[in-house]
Structures are given as structure tokens and as C-alpha cells.
Design a protein around this ligand. Sequence first.
Ligand code: FAD
Length: 376
Amino acid sequence: MADMDLNGLKIRILGAGIGGLTAAIALRQRGGDVAILEQAEAITEVGAGLQVSPNGVAVLRALGLEDQLASRAVRAEAVELRDYAGGKLVARLDLGLMPEDARYYFVHRADLIDLLAGAARDAGVKVRLLQKVAEVVPGSSPVARMANGAEAKAQLIIGADGLHSKSRSALNGTVAPFFTRQVAWRATVPNTMDHGPVAQVHMGPRRHIVTYPLRGGALVNMVAVQERQSWVEEGWHIADDPNKLRARFADFGGQARAVLNAVSDVRQWGLFRHPVAPIWQKDNVALLGDAAHPTLPFMAQGAVMAMEDAWVLGDALAKAPDINTGLAQYQQRRQDRVARVVDAASGNAWKYHLSFTPVRMAAHFGLRAASILAPG
Ligand code: FAD
């Protein structure tokens, strides 16, 4: 069977998040005629930090972007699990013990999006803004219908349109995402507490806080998580009172306390997700990233899995005799690994939040991180 020639293949990618942009670069580098349709008026990212583990770095390296990442990111030295009250060390993954090319970075999401968007444009990807997709119709010439009535036809449509994906609905039916009973706060603060190049997970009963440095170590990124029975609002940008946040985590000590004390502006939101989609591809349409497999952030793998998807999709298409064989191979190569990561992230919610300290510590002797972070 001859490999498929992607040269000039008309590919439309829905969504200019980390997954969509990475896929656009990967497919354009293989010769595709690639355009991204993004609902927003600009490609920006207001969120805070992101951990890019070695499996994600391997994708950026393969795309020729690791140097750009390194120039904007902090190279991580370790991931540490700490007890919440006094900050006592429970477990440490020393990244210096990994092979030299297994690098791990902390990057501001805005910097990563900026890097990817620049690389996509430089590669010749067309980026079309204010294109809100309302419906995706699979077929031999699949179509994306916009909310304003316009249509985009292609030979291949990639749905990288996140949690509320219209592409997911087209392939799997429409089901609302479910609340995971976890609420998160995020903030960045000046690094006045001398936070080293380490991700610290501060674990407490029914709550945890993750901290790590950003932007040359000038800032510290904080994500705090608490279990809760219900949540009505959705969105990333609901402002909360820093004093209320401090009160909810009043028993946290160590470096977590120093970071909490420095918070002056904080956003809160409920964490929602879907199960991993049963169907990722059909009739010249494929899903990628959160559109296929949203996850709790407790393995720091959502964006990195989207990057892996993007690389494997390009590789599977290039090696296949036709589009739909390539898409089927893409799903087959990705589905089990992604399901394993999503399960591990959900398991971490349980482990991080156990009430009895010795049990919480013992649970971490079964840490599954190392096998997942390796380039897959
Ligand atoms: P998204 O980032 O959701 O992008 C989707 C894009 O599609 C957006 O630009 C959106 O505007 C656009 N879009 C949506 N609908 C439409 C439409 N109808 N028409 C046109 N465009 C549309 N992951 C990591 O790897 N490391 C981490 O450290 C990490 N930390 C996290 C911390 C928190 C607190 C959270 C919540 C998540 C974290 N993640 C992390 C997960 C990561 O943020 C997501 O998995 C990742 O952003 C998914 O990327 P995506 O491109 O698939 O989707």
C-alpha cells in the first residue's frame, strides 16, 4: 500500500488552542493546505501556567520548536509531593536522573500559544478568526457550518474545539459535560518566596495546591483545588476574593502558605469533563485534544496529550493509503494511552485528597507518573 501524499490536502482545523495549533504545524510541515477556524477575535490565552513534560517536549522538538520553548520557559528540576500542614516532603521525582533529552518545562500558557501561533503562521497555516462553528457534517467532503451561516468545505476536518466541541457532537451525539466535584482557583504571584524550579504538589484533606515558577522565575503559578458537591457557573474567569481562598486553605503551611499570602487576584472555576469519546473519527472528520478526551488536570497532561495527538495524527495520515485508514490508525494508536492518563489523573484526585496523612503518603508509593511522562 502506498503512503498518502498530504501535499495540498485541504485540511480545516477547528480551534486554535494548543491542540489545534500543534496539529496545524504538524500537518502543514507534511505539505497539507491547512487553515484554522477559531471563534475568538484574537489568538490569546489569559490562563496562567502549564507544565510541559518530556513527552510534550518531544513533540515540540520534532516540530523544531524546542529552542523557542526553552527560551520562554523555566526548565524544571523536580516534581515534589509535600504534606500540606508543614510542607514535609513525601516523594520527589528528580528530573535530573532522567536522560538528558527528557526535559520538563514550566511555561506561561500565553507564551506557548504565542510561540505556536507564530510557528503556524510562519509555516503557511491560514488562521481565520471570528469563525464560530455551529455544526460539523462528516462525509467525503466534510463541512463546517458557521454560526453566521458561512460554510467551510474540506477534504479533512480536525475538531480541536475543546470541551464543548461541535465535532465531538457530530461523531458521538451531544451530551453535556459533567461536573467532576472539583473546584479550582488559579493565580500568579511575584516570586518573593524564592520558589525554586520545582513543581510542588501540597496535598491536604479534600484539597491540594500546585505551585511552580514561570517567566525566568519572576512569577509563581498557583492552582488550588477543593472537592465540592455542586457547581453552577462555568468559565475560567470568575473572580474570587483572595481572603476567601486563604480561609479555605487556612491550614496549609510551608511554601503553599507563602504563595497564598501573596495572592492579590484570583479566578475560580468548576472542573468539568466528558468520558473519553468512543468515536474519534468518521468520514473525514477527527477529534483531537480536549474535544476527544478532556481530563482532570492532576497529571498535568491535558495539553501534552493534545500535542501527542497532533504528532501521531500527522504520522498516521502520512503512512496510510487514504484519509480514513489514517484516521482509524490514529485513534487506534492513541485511545488506550489517553484512557490510561485520564484514569491516572482521576486517581490522583483521590490520592492527593485522602484525609489520613499516613494513608495519603502510602498511596503515593504507587505513583504512576514516570511511565506516563516518558515520550510515548
Ligand atoms: P482548548 O485549549 O480548549 O482549545 C479549544 C479552542 O477551540 C479554543 O481556542 C476555543 O476558542 C476554540 N473553539 C471552541 N469552540 C469553538 C467553535 N464552536 N468554533 C470555533 N472555535 C471554537 N495540561 C498540561 O499538559 N499541563 C498542565 O500543566 C496543565 N495544567 C492545567 C491546569 C488547569 C487548572 C486546567 C483546567 C487544565 C490544565 N491542563 C494542563 C489541561 C489543558 O489546559 C487542556 O487539556 C488543553 O488546553 C486542551 O487543549 P485543546 O487545544 O484540546 O483545547
